[in-house]
Design a protein around this ligand. Structure first.
Ligand code: SF4
Length: 651
């Protein structure tokens, strides 16, 4: 295939010509291949042409069924060819990135119908890969609950055979182990406490090899918001250390489900600390011929870290429905934090002398210095706690302290939006009262383009929405209602739950119900997520229960004919939302309600994914959450009424 899918005339602007070709694709080529002509899609194509021509951010709000993905894929592809740099497509969640490249996905469709060869590669987060070090640890403690033989069987020969001229390739992808549960996977995958820089396996590790692979993508790199934000945040540091940035230079970025970007940015800009990791790292210094003063400081730092984490544990409080514990700051805790910070800065000064004496291997020295610098920043943030959100979480090997900034817009403004690059925010729901100001402000975007187009689907006749009457907050009552609807649609149901705790309870109750025995029940966490989704799609009468699939799940056809909203998706009462609430004049109106409505709208949006889809949605709410009728009605698609579901209602 030649470089461009159309005859390029260098005397005319490239984007204008790309726009003409994309217009032909939507008016002629795709309709000839059996696709509907959609006015909304053509309108969107003209709008995106402006963003690419002006290299500007654009909020592209387009309802379900407008075919927005095809539009941004075509522009991204053409622009990548023109600039000879890939475009990045960032999806909301790691579980969604496979959907774009699946055989029936949009990239394959374009390639097939337009005769394009699209080089699209996945940049998965490192936690989607096996960590050889953790695998060895699991084997050493003879963890029989893991399929160790199967895991070792998937490791290529080149990992341990040091022969010349070997070809390396990525391996150890979460997708390759569909039957492992998420809990099992968490014991062998990469996690943020692995020190890959210092790892002797790093040149043969599937996780690092995957980076070499996707970096060479010619057209598209697909990743999650989290990964893109991690790239932004680590860009300077990696360059300083002589490492490549996580993502290569790229020509444009599309944030699919763009309304979720702020959360990803906050997460990526945060720090995590753990005593065991700090101790392991700092103890490495003792293996060198270091001076007595430094050795004493290292011992002091280890003891102080222990004291600080003990103080954090004392001040941590469980938050119902969340794994994050809130930390009540008090003078005693802040004193411990300050003390550790002082010891760390004393060690940093000593390391400058050691560096001049060449007593420590320079590579190891740099790693320790980088970690200490990171801890120093995190502890300073912690002390100046007005600017950050912090929480503790109990993990198998000890307590983890996480800190994240409250405000991310300055970093985003400097590192993303000032780049003179097309940045596309795509979502069905981004504006508040048709204005994008709220989103633009939270992300630090000053100048932007925007547009909104409604869904072309006939929701009025295709969707029925129900609210139980009386409202049902009791678990047994909810199960009964769900069962009634599941029977009505003969399975084919997606049950959306608010928390992992709800999912666990639902799973236990459903397993004990003989009435559900005839259906195949699928639960998030039991298998690798893309296999789970594909099982649900292909096994028409199955039922899928999930916490993470309120957004992005795209299952057209009868397999998804029934969406059961188990409870209203209010945000958790965790430290992140507590911080947001503390800044709001009316926390319910400004934080909880908009979050809940946006998520509810997204959840309801899973039902109708093609013009021939039809089905029902039931929203369950606790009686004390009244008045809910108007709220729920406000997020239903145009023309859909909220019906009462009473004992004698005929479905
Ligand atoms: S490079 Fe990182 S992920 Fe790979 S084996 Fe080493 S520590 Fe684990």
């Amino acid at each position: 295939m030649s470089r461009y899918p159309f005859e390029y005339d260098p005397s005319r602007p490239f984007i204008e010509q790309a726009g003409e070709w994309i217009g032909d694709v939507f008016y002629d080529v795709l309709p000839e291949a059996g696709f509907e002509i959609r006015d909304e899609q053509i309108y969107m194509a003209y709008q995106l042409e402006r963003a690419f021509a002006d290299k500007a951010p654009i909020f592209a709000e387009a309802g379900v069924g407008t075919g927005k993905t095809l539009v941004y894929l075509l522009y991204s592809f053409c622009y990548a060819r023109y600039t000879r740099k890939p475009a990045v497509i960032a999806c909301a969640d790691e579980s969604l990135i496979e959907q774009l490249v699946k055989p029936e996905g949009d990239i394959a469709k374009l390639a097939r119908h337009l005769g394009l060869e699209i080089d699209a590669r996945l940049a998965k987060s490192p936690d989607q890969y096996l960590c050889l070090k953790k695998l060895d640890q699991a084997q050493n403690i003879q963890d029989d609950s893991l399929p160790l033989a199967e895991l070792y069987g998937t490791i290529p020969d080149f990992v341990h055979a040091h022969a010349a001229l070997q070809e390396f390739h990525p391996y150890g992808d979460r997708r390759d182990y569909p039957d492992m549960t998420d809990e099992q996977w968490s014991r062998v995958n990469w996690d943020s406490f692995q020190d890959c820089f210092a790892c002797d396996m790093r040149h043969r590790c599937g996780q690092t090899l995957s980076r070499d692979h996707y970096r060479k993508a010619a057209d598209l790199i697909i990743c999650s918001h989290d990964y893109y934000m991690e790239h932004v945040w680590t860009y300077e540091g990696r360059k300083r250390e002589g490492q490549l940035p996580l993502l290569p230079e790229h020509c444009a970025v599309v944030f699919d489900e763009g309304h979720l970007l702020e959360g990803a940015a906050m997460k990526a800009l945060g720090y995590r600390m753990k005593h065991t990791v700090f101790e392991e790292l700092i103890s490495r210094l003792l293996q060198n011929e270091i001076r007595e003063t430094l050795a004493v400081l290292v011992d002091e730092a280890i003891m102080q870290s222990e004291r600080m984490f003990a103080a954090i544990r004392r001040q941590s409080r469980k938050v119902p429905g969340s794994d994050r514990m809130s930390i009540e700051l008090n003078p005693a805790l802040l004193r411990e934090v300050h003390q550790l910070r002082s010891v760390i800065s004393a060690i940093e000064e000593e390391l400058v002398f050691e560096g001049e004496l060449y007593t420590i291997d320079s590579y190891q020295l740099r790693i320790v210095e980088e970690h200490l610098e990171m801890m120093g920043i995190a502890l300073r943030l912690f002390e100046e706690s007005g600017a950050l959100i912090c929480w503790a979480a109990e993990e198998k090997d000890g307590l983890t302290l996480s800190v994240m900034p409250r405000n991310v817009k300055q970093v985003l403004e400097e590192r993303v939006f000032s780049q003179r690059m097309p940045v596309i925010f795509s979502s069905a729901t981004m504006s508040v009262g048709k204005s994008f100001a709220f989103m633009a402000d939270s992300l630090g975007i000053k100048d932007y383009l925007s547009f909104s187009v409604d869904s072309p689907y006939d929701y009025e006749t295709r969707m029925k929405a129900y609210l139980p009457e009386p409202l049902q907050g009791d678990f047994e009552g909810k199960i009964k209602l769900a069962l009634r609807l599941i029977r009505h649609t003969e399975g084919r149901a997606l049950v959306l739950l608010r928390t992992q705790e709800e999912l666990r309870r639902f799973k236990a109750a459903a397993a004990a119900l003989p009435e559900l025995a005839e259906y195949r029940l699928l639960f998030e966490g039991d298998r690798e997520i893309s296999h789970l989704i594909s099982d649900f799609q292909n096994d028409e009468h199955s039922i899928l229960a999930a916490v993470r699939l309120w957004e992005g799940l795209d299952i057209p056809g009868p397999s998804l004919s029934n969406v059961i909203i188990w409870s209203l998706p209010y945000p958790p009462n965790d430290p992140v939302f507590a911080a947001k609430r503390s800044e709001a004049a009316d926390p319910f109106e400004e934080v909880d309600l908009p979050y809940m409505l946006l998520r509810l709208k997204q959840g309801i949006g899973r039902l109708i994914r093609s013009s021939s889809d039809e089905g029902i949605v039931m929203v369950m709410a606790d009686p004390e959450q009244r008045p809910v009728h108007d709220f729920i009605g406000s997020v239903l698609p145009k023309g859909v009424e909220l019906n009462k579901l009473e004992e004698n209602t005929v479905l």
